[in-house]
Ligand binder design. Sequence first.
Ligand SMILES: [Zn+2]
Length: 132
Amino acid sequence: MSDPASKGAACGCLSPEQLRILREHGTERPGSSPLNNEKRAGEYRCAGCGAPLFYSGTKYESGSGWPSFFDAIPGAVGTTTDTSHGMTRTEVHCAHCQGHLGHVFPDGPPPTGLRYCMNGLALTFVPRDGAG
Ligand SMILES: [Zn+2]
């Protein structure tokens, strides 16, 4: 017997909430991501396409309730100017699949002075240990 129900599910790994963030520029609830407390060494990849975006060495505790980084892997992310909600912000997306990740603000720590404020649901953490 054929199994038509399984057709069309190109990627069954993204939840509706992840799709809402990546595709519709959604924002998760602050403090809701387990990645806020992730302290292990490794890399953070795009939940949409798996491209490496951030190294654990650039992650820091911003107190914002979202996973925050002071730098991205060179070439991994792109930015656009976001003037929605009456504010001018810099939107950050995956350079590979264009999935929305979060925003970047100019109030981060040295050496960059940047704060990449990311949705944890847009990221997948891959620990260095056992990653091969
Ligand atoms: Zn991506």
